[in-house]
Ligand binder design. Structure first.
Ligand code: HPA
Length: 268
């Protein structure tokens, strides 16, 4: 168990979160819907890496969302912040140790597949890791899971099917596709985006993949949800900007929130 998990468990009584939730860029306000049992600043959690991105608050919120016990990371830690990649394993392992069997990861992404426009939501079916880093490239402890393990169903088909049902019932269009991760922090070049399209990527972003690798090792079921906040570089008249990412995320956050709540209701 991580030192952070021990610290939390000593302070939350008998509360057991069943689903971990990681909120991406511009999506932090989704945590406002949680009825909190306990809130921790990352800075107060031993060994926990801190977020520094301006729009990423660093708080772990335990409580109920749509009646379901969750542990929500309001603000994630990105590789582009210069953290040791191995430190990105700590949040996922902490959520697992607290009792989370599933992990819902959200992110803002640039659309490469032109069937998706800004504001569109996509369930991640698979990923391509072009970050050049891996949180598990570190000394191994069998307690965290196996050293070598498959990623074939890292994005659990059963959770995706639940998300499809939830989207249908709420009148939300949910695309499916492949998320390609780069380190950032710069947006991509148009040539990179053309190359990523030939690799089969539908969306590009700067997060999620390290967390999903850790969750897969830990045996957690993952639902990955991307929000297209912009067309990827070269696919729209204007280059992507951080402002566009946050403005679009704010506009489409309602759909993402309703989708997540509806998924959690089905997990109860
Ligand atoms: N590229 C990488 N990350 C992103 C983008 C993008 O276009 N949009 C939101 N996150």
């Amino acid at each position: 168990m991580t030192a952070a998990a021990r610290h939390i468990q000593e302070r939350i009584g008998g509360f057991v979160p069943r689903t971990g939730l990681i909120l991406g860029s511009g999506l932090n306000d989704l945590a406002e819907a949680i009825s909190p049992e306990a809130v921790f600043d990352y800075a107060d959690l031993p060994s926990f890496p801190h977020a520094t991105a301006p729009s990423h608050r660093g708080r772990l919120i335990l409580g109920h969302l749509a009646g379901h016990p969750v542990a929500c990371m309001q603000g994630r830690i990105h590789l582009y912040e210069g953290v040791d990649p191995a430190a990105l394993a700590i949040p996922g392992r902490t959520l697992k140790a607290l009792g989370c069997a599933n992990l819902v990861v959200t992110n803002a992404a640039g659309a490469i597949n032109q069937a998706m426009r800004p504001g569109a939501l996509m369930a991640i079916t698979d990923h391509i890791n072009l970050m050049g880093a891996n949180p598990l490239a570190a000394p191994h402890d069998d307690a965290d899971g196996p050293r070598f393990f498959p990623m074939n169903d890292a994005y659990a088909p059963v959770l995706r099917s639940i998300a499809r049902d939830a989207a249908n019932q709420n009148g939300i269009t949910l695309h499916e596709g492949i998320y390609l991760a780069v380190t950032g922090p710069n947006f991509e070049t148009p040539a990179e985006i053309r190359a990523f399209a030939t690799l089969g990527a539908d969306a590009v972003g700067m997060s999620t993949v390290p967390e999903v690798i850790v969750a897969a090792q830990a045996g957690m079921g993952v639902l990955g949800l991307s929000m297209m906040t912009n067309m990827a570089a070269g696919l729209a008249d204007d280059a992507p900007t951080a402002q566009e990412v946050h403005e679009t995320a704010a506009l489409a956050a309602g759909d993402m929130g309703r989708l997540i709540a509806s998924v959690l209701e089905r997990l109860a």
